[in-house]
Design a protein around this ligand. Sequence first.
Ligand SMILES: C[S@@+](CC[C@H](N)C(=O)[O-])C[C@H]1O[C@@H](n2cnc3c(N)ncnc32)[C@H](O)[C@@H]1O
Length: 156
Amino acid sequence: MQLALPQPGEDLLDVGCGRGASLLPAAAAVTPRGRAIGIDKPSAMVSQATRALAARGLTHAFAVVADADALPVRTGTFDVLLAGLVLQFLPEPQRTLRRLTHMIRPGGRIAICTPAAALMTWTSSTAPQTRPSSSSWAHLHRNEHERTCRESTAQP
Ligand SMILES: C[S@@+](CC[C@H](N)C(=O)[O-])C[C@H]1O[C@@H](n2cnc3c(N)ncnc32)[C@H](O)[C@@H]1O
């Protein structure tokens, strides 16, 4: 959110908005004439985000149930795309990101946050500590972000 710096009047899409950790401040930032739309797959997340937006009187912002991979792409719809801690859940994150960047207007911004693969460890009480080796998010390195941003004319 702080990297993307949404401005008053801008239109913003928050992919995988969850309960609204980024969507709520982003919605406040684009007020009064901008729109902020959050999408998330489980309706429980969307319900919580919707309630939080309403509680703050952010009536120009919405959270809707949608799959990032099935989102209809309408070219040049948004000024800002946020994808916070969601790409690692997608089967083909690079492909999805490239698709979504078509929705950003020229000069728009994309802010992505992913866990650092090298730092991620999984633990359980029964298995030794292991690192994921081939999951899709592990390949989503900074170079990929930069390449995707270059292709979409956004700044990495
Ligand atoms: C770790 S949470 C991050 C939530 C929020 N962006 C934040 O930074 O707090 C990841 C979110 O991505 C959502 N998500 C996972 N796969 C998704 C998909 N294919 N389409 C939309 N949302 C998805 C999850 O439901 C979850 O709410």
